[in-house]
Design a protein around this ligand. Sequence first.
Ligand code: ADP
Length: 681
Amino acid sequence: MAVIVIGGVSGIGYTIIKLDRDNHLATVKRDVENGLYATAEQVQLRFFETVLIAKKIENILSTSGGVVDAKIVRAVEEFQKEAPAIVAVALAPGLQVTHSFPQGDDKTAIGLKYWQVPEQMASVARAYRGQSAVVDGPVSLLGGKAGYILRYPVFLPRSDRDLDRFWGIISIVVEADSLLSAERHDFGDASKYLFELKEIPASGLPAASAGNGDISWRFEPVVVEFSMLGNRWQAKARPTDGWPSYSPQSSYLVGFSLFSAMVLLVVLLAYRRLAVKKDNAHALLSEAVGCISEGFIAFDDKERLMIVNEKYLDYHSDIADLVVPGMKMDELARIAAAHQPTPLDADEKTAWIASRMDKFRNPGESFIQQVGEELWLKVTEAKTPHGYTVGIWTDVSTEKHAQDAAEAADREKTDFLNNVSHELRTPLTVIFGRATFMRNSDRLPQSKKLAMAISAGGTPSAEIAGAVKTYQDFISEQGAGIADSAQHMIRLVEDLLDWTKVARGKLELDMQLLKLDELAFSVVEDLQPNAKAKGLKLTYSGDSTAEAIADKVRLKQILYNLINNAIKFTDKGSIHLAMAKEDGQVVFNVTDTGHGISEENLERVFQRFQQVDGSMSRKSGGLGLGLAISEQLAALHGGTLSLTSKIGHGSTFTLKMPSSEGVAEGTKSAGETSITIENVA
Ligand code: ADP
């Protein structure tokens, strides 16, 4: 990765440097080209001046009739002084050089016959044929320098004919170096360039100059073309040391590229270190999670699966292959819904997924989920401060089986109690009925018959009458005792039956609109004798307008229970039932001045079969079911039963029920509602 990035950066750096170099080279060449055009203009100008000089000589010749006299010699010398680039001038009347300037320098040219020197004759002939000046060159001059020769054909006018007479040739030699001198042209430092000025032959191809055969790009010349004296010319320039390989700012660019590469390298190394650290942390977390003996699963804030341990996959072996990091929770929920131990239809699946996602998004209490025929898992989910969701899956199959077994046993026990209670209730009712007869034995027909039989023989003796009375009293007393006990047992059996009904979810409420004031008053009236029997004052106060939709029998049962308990557990003082409406509820308070219940027992008294004071309860009888049943009945009515108490001062039991005021009129006028409460135990 680092190699690729550094390679990439180097590549980009190289490309930038190359582009910069190419740009720079193009600029330099453009400058050179402009310089060459300027040079070409200078050269044209120079040769134009040279032609003018030749023309002036021609004029002087025409006035002298073609004779080269001292006047011409002086004029030529003047011209040469003015134009230092002109290194030599030769006058060749009849194509034979007769005068060469500067005079005395070198006389080798004098007498030169052009027609005998082919390389000179070519340009001379062209000038003659074209009747105009031509430039020949570059040619090697004496002294090794290069130069150009302007051949100017001189035609002198003739008075006798129309056509001018060809006099000869004026040759003017211009030194190449001087012609292309540095200062004059816009090259910057022209000394660093080699120049070449050449005529383009009629064929169009520039003559190859020696050594130019295979020029590398570094020495490739810049070429411009221009017209001069009726011909095409070519000016070339190339740097003596070659074109620049780098631009002036290349070094900065190289430095910048290197610096960038270094910075990138440092960043990459730092990133790699971070990545390694992260990998290590992740590996550590994975190992730690792998060591957990419970199933562990974690999702990020986008509900994507991040980590899952082996145990979780073991628990979900049938979908383990489908559980992959990155998958979304709703996808996992869909997969789980499709793999439920009890197959679900489409609607059930949708509902299952919705409920599962709701639990996932709003984690609260742990819940149990069955994931296999015999596998039950407790799922505890929580959200982290960063919005991640972690889940711990614990195998609770053993506990679940134990709980199922306990519930089954409890059900069995309840069924048994129910059966026994049923079986006991009938004979107990018979016993109670018969004992009630015995309670007033003197009114029995048999007693009356006995009395008649005794009195048939006359008035019985006091002894016999006394014995009969004693016998009847004894029977009545026994009957009363049996009836009381049978009644008590019937109450216990009724309690048991009620409880089993509640426990099996089979308790049916017969809901109707009740006037609570009447109902409470009647309960108090019914129990007045019991209170009186213990010398207790039982009073009632209530809101005459209070109404509620409730089961009349069951509501009375709750109040009987509470007041009976109050009578049972109060030795002296009073019991008061108060009823009032409060915030859409009806509140019954049963207050006594009895023994009270200690704080640690406040909760216990509502549990089934719980009696907090053994001796007292034994004295008072009961199974410890009354409050448990009452609390369940209150709950079935949508109410609550609670207790405040102080040992030695008495207790207050509070029953709160929804009043009918919150219920819609339609429901009220329906009069009766019957509901069956299932599985409330
Ligand atoms: P039981 O049928 O045995 O009375 P309950 O469920 O009605 O069963 O009551 C459970 C226990 O709560 C009683 O045994 C008694 O110890 C206690 N208790 C109930 N009511 C009162 C009360 N008003 N004052 C004191 N103790 C009470």
